[in-house]
Design a protein around this ligand. Structure first.
Ligand code: ZN
Length: 157
């Protein structure tokens, strides 16, 4: 089987059987992101356990790439700390910009999204869930996992 076909199988499988879909009742921040060019939508909730791991839950609708990507995001990022998730988001962005080769250790099934780089209009579909997770984690104040106390600085971009 060609690699491209194998990747399509992976994406289709996540689309048909999404992992972790459904919003958790407990959360510290919730965001709703839309990708107007395609009509994809996602709601992401995050919360943090005492050991610093972030739990993510989501509900989403949209195209197969956006839905598969949300499922893969859940697999890769759920129950990890912020730094791990942020590194995965950065790697996915770099892969979709073709500036790095896909690293399966970081992205898991997300390597199957590599082909999306050929279709610039679909890159936002692939990034939607991951950017929403990062936004939610930052809004919840989890981007600085080492300090529990909030400092006065608010460096929102
Ligand atoms: Zn889409």
């Amino acid at each position: 089987m060609k690699l491209e076909n194998m990747y399509q199988e992976i994406i289709l499988d996540h689309y048909k059987h999404p992992h972790g879909k459904g919003l958790a009742e407990n959360f510290d921040a919730e965001v709703h992101h839309v990708n107007p060019t395609c009509g994809d939508e996602i709601t992401v909730r995050v919360t943090r356990s005492e050991d610093g791991k972030l739990s993510v839950s989501y509900d989403s609708m949209g195209c197969s790439i956006s839905q598969a990507s949300a499922s893969i995001m859940y697999d890769q990022i759920n129950d990890h700390d912020f730094e791990f998730g942020e590194a995965a988001v950065d790697h996915l962005i770099a892969m979709l910009q073709r500036s790095v080769d896909a690293d399966e250790d970081i992205l898991g099934d997300g390597i199957a999204l590599a082909g999306v780089a050929q279709y610039p209009a679909r890159v936002k579909c692939a990034l939607l869930a991951w950017m929403a997770w990062k936004d939610a984690a930052i809004q919840a104040g989890f981007s600085n996992s080492t300090s529990v106390n909030d400092s006065d600085e608010s460096n929102k971009e």
